[in-house]
Design a binder for this molecule. Structure first.
Ligand code: FAQ
Length: 311
């Protein structure tokens, strides 16, 4: 057997036997490129995802809420760093993929292109956005690429804390004044559908899913995970005494799942294409931060070079 065919056979055997693929293992180039694409997009989502909540850091209602929010936003930066490191193990350069994101050539999650208009949005992001991220990411803890799967284990632990802090914050509003309840319902109404879109296009419209599932990068399809999220979340909505902006949402005894209305896929594709409410603002903020941080990078590199000379 030719060497390449031997490599391919070993790779296929490992995938079939659920043995992790590690950084130094042979892997098909398409598998490597697909992972760089997904992990890179995931890393960018974490760092862009800091912006909507950071918008409320200076306006948190109490010192306790502010300290918790600061810690959460900082955790998201950490998640970005683990994921950029995981992507680098595949041979890409962090600076290159970051630049592609700044240039609009690499994607990040659609959800972060929606504005945070009131304090309830911060609780709803923790509860629903982190809640959706966990449903997606728990499955990724078993992704076939070892460095990605291991990064996801640590990230999921922290995301669970984020989800609970979000639910605790929305519980306070749900038990508050009628103005607080109205503010919470407004935030749910604006975030509900965009959160369902986080799981990606429907399976029939998802070009990467079949191959990613065959490679066991994705363990569940976009629609399966979306359904799981809805099933998890509707009882929480009911416990809060709140509702989703979906008149078709109902329990289906026959399937044991909640049925929900049609998603506006046109909206998702517009946001992905860069035409969401905040796409321009988010990228402008990151480009500005990158330029402002130039002197820090220069100093750090000079320091590192000096350390290398001394060694
Ligand atoms: N937004 O064929 P598929 C978080 C793109 S982390 C933008 O289905 P795939 C934590 C997709 O990239 C949230 N683009 O693709 C947090 C592809 O484009 P391409 C991020 C989207 O990869 C909380 C094209 O459409 N999580 O929230 C979206 O098999 C709070 C075709 O789609 C992850 O990234 C979208 N919603 O499945 C942080 C999880 N959906 O590359 C701060 C890891 C699809 O061909 C605060 N990623 N696209 O140009 C995944 O699980 C997958 O990549 C999916 C998409 C499920 C997102």
């Amino acid at each position: 057997m030719a060497i390449k065919a031997q490599h391919e056979a070993l790779f296929d055997d490992k995938i079939a036997a659920d043995i992790s693929i590690e950084a130094k293992d042979w892997m098909p180039d398409a598998y490597r490129q697909n992972l760089i694409r997904q992990i890179g997009q995931h890393a960018h989502s974490e760092v862009i995802g800091m912006l909507p909540e950071a918008n409320w850091l200076t306006r948190a209602p109490t010192l306790r809420r502010k300290a918790v929010l600061l810690a959460k936003v900082q955790d998201e930066a950490g998640h970005g760093l683990y994921l950029y490191s995981a992507a680098e193990t595949l041979g890409c350069s962090r600076q290159d993929i970051y630049q592609k994101m700044l240039d609009g050539k690499m994607k990040y999650s659609s959800i972060f292109n929606y504005p945070t208009l009131n304090w309830a949005d911060v609780g709803v992001i923790g509860w629903l956005v982190d809640g959706a991220a966990i449903v997606n990411q728990v499955a990724l803890c078993r992704a076939s690429y070892g460095p990605y799967a291991r990064a996801m284990v640590k990230i999921c632990k922290e995301e669970s804390f984020h989800q609970r802090q979000g639910y605790e914050a929305v519980m306070a509003l749900a038990n508050g004044s009628s103005a607080q309840r109205a503010m919470l319902q407004d935030a749910i109404n604006r975030f509900w559908w965009p959160v369902l879109m986080m799981f990606g296009p429907s399976d029939s419209d998802s070009p990467h899913s079949a191959q990613s599932m065959a490679w066991k990068i994705k363990r569940h399809s976009n629609d399966e995970l979306r359904q799981k999220f809805v099933d998890n979340t509707v009882p929480q909505l009911e416990a809060l005494g709140m509702s989703a902006p979906d008149t078709d949402l109902r329990w289906d005894e026959a399937t044991g799942h909640y049925r929900f209305g049609d998603i506006d896929w046109n909206e998702l594709f517009q946001v992905i294409k860069g035409q969401g409410q905040c796409n321009h603002e988010r990228l402008a903020a990151k480009r500005h931060a990158w330029q402002q941080g130039d002197w820090v990078r220069e100093g750090a590199m000079a320091h590192a070079a000096k350390g290398n000379q001394a060694a």
